[in-house]
Each structure stands twice: as C-alpha cells, then as structure tokens.
Ligand binder design. Structure first.
Ligand code: AMP
Length: 205
C-alpha cells in the first residue's frame, strides 16, 4: 500500500524477483487490457485516464481469476490491490490470506515530484525515473528497448486526483490491517536501494 508514486510497483518487482514469486499488479493488468481494447479495457479506460478507481467488482474479478493460476501456488505480491475496504473484505471472503500489508509512507509533495519524472515502457511496463532511476538506454527501455512514455494518469492534474482518491478510499485500509495485526510500514528512503533494504529487514527476508 501507499500513495501513487510511493514506489509500490518498483519495490514489488524487486522483492518478487528475490523471492521468486509473481507480482500481481492490478494497474498493469488494467493498462494492458486498455492497450488491447478488451471488454474490461474499454470499461476501465475512463477511470484510469482520470485517476479514479475502477469499480470494485471489476478488480475483484480480475484478481480472483489471476490468483488461481499455477505460478501463485507458492505466494505472490499484490501491488495496488486492495485499494478499498470493499476489496479487502472481498479478499477475506474468498479466503485469500494476506500475510503482511506493507505500507510505504510518502508525503504528497514528494509524490508530485516523483510521478512527473516517471517514465514507463509502453511495451513491458518497466518503470524508470529521469532523476532516480534513468534507463541505461536513454529514451528507450533498458529491458526490452520499447519506447518510454509518460502514462496518461501521470499527468500533474490526474496525479492530484489520484492523491485525493488515495486519501479518501485507500487510507482507511491502514486501520483495517492494523486491527488485524498485519500492518507493517516503512518510510520512503532517499533511494530505491535503501527502501528495499529497510523492507527486506522489516519482512525478515
Ligand atoms: P496503479 O498502477 O496501481 O497506480 O493503478 C493505476 C490505475 O488503475 C488506478 O489509478 C486505478 O484507476 C486503476 N486501479 C488499479 N488497481 C486498482 C484497484 N485495486 N481498484 C480500483 N482501481 C484500480
């Protein structure tokens, strides 16, 4: 968990490689659906473009389908889901046992600076940052050589809306998981590497 731009996706990918378990990013799944013009993508596009949450039913369905795939048998990292109390309760109802809810804390001003510098690969979704994590291949992705783009929802006005949505809809999950004794939190550090170090320590990996 964490505000947009907190580094959830970046850290999830690093940790999932370390543990050899998949990261399930609802944001990536939805963006892929939009790109491929699937029926889910067509329904989701407007919400994504404006920085609003897609309806709970839609993400709950997507995640439930994804979690029964073979590669999830030994665990997984959920990135960006749950984002509402309704989604968190739906996971509990489906007996999805979340071991740890990890919160990356970041202040809103830092979010704006970060997101406006973010560049995303249009082909493989890898993320870079012009200041903190530039691609070694310049304007192309260093992993697949795809073109780096600014996500539609990383535009400043949309980011402000995403922050508002985060505070209103997602922040209540902090108490939800605290009450269940599952919450662990980390302050966002100066570098990606330092944040990873603290997370691994907190998780005891
Ligand atoms: P992210 O890449 O996690 O920042 O997600 C990008 C966008 O996808 C969000 O701004 C929402 O529009 C949508 N989205 C991703 N995950 C969820 C979720 N769990 N519930 C509702 N909308 C979501």
């Amino acid at each position: 968990m964490g505000a947009p731009g907190a580094g959830k996706g970046t850290q999830a990918k690093i940790i999932s490689e370390k543990l050899s378990i998949p990261t399930i990013s609802t944001g990536d799944i939805l963006r892929e659906a939009v790109k491929n013009h699937t029926s889910v993508g067509l329904k989701a596009k407007g919400y994504l473009d404006e920085g609003n949450l897609v309806p709970d039913d839609m993400v709950i369905g997507i995640v439930k389908e994804r979690l029964v795939e073979k590669d999830c048998a030994n665990g997984y990292i959920l990135d960006g889901m749950p984002r509402t109390i309704v989604q968190a309760k739906a996971l509990e109802d489906a007996c999805v046992d979340i071991e740890t809810a990890l919160l990356i804390k970041i202040v809103d001003e830092e979010v704006i600076t970060r997101i406006t510098g973010r560049r995303t690969c249009g082909t493989c979704n890898a993320t870079f940052h012009i200041r903190t994590k530039p691609s070694k291949s310049g304007i192309r992705c260093e992993k697949c050589y795809g073109t780096l783009i600014i996500r539609e929802d990383d535009q400043p006005e949309t980011v402000k809306n995403r922050l508002r949505v985060y505070h209103e809809e997602t922040e209540p999950l902090i108490d939800f998981y605290k009450d269940r004794g599952k919450l662990k939190s980390v302050d966002n550090q100066d570098t990606i590497e330092k944040t990873t170090e603290v997370i691994l320590e907190i998780l005891g990996i």
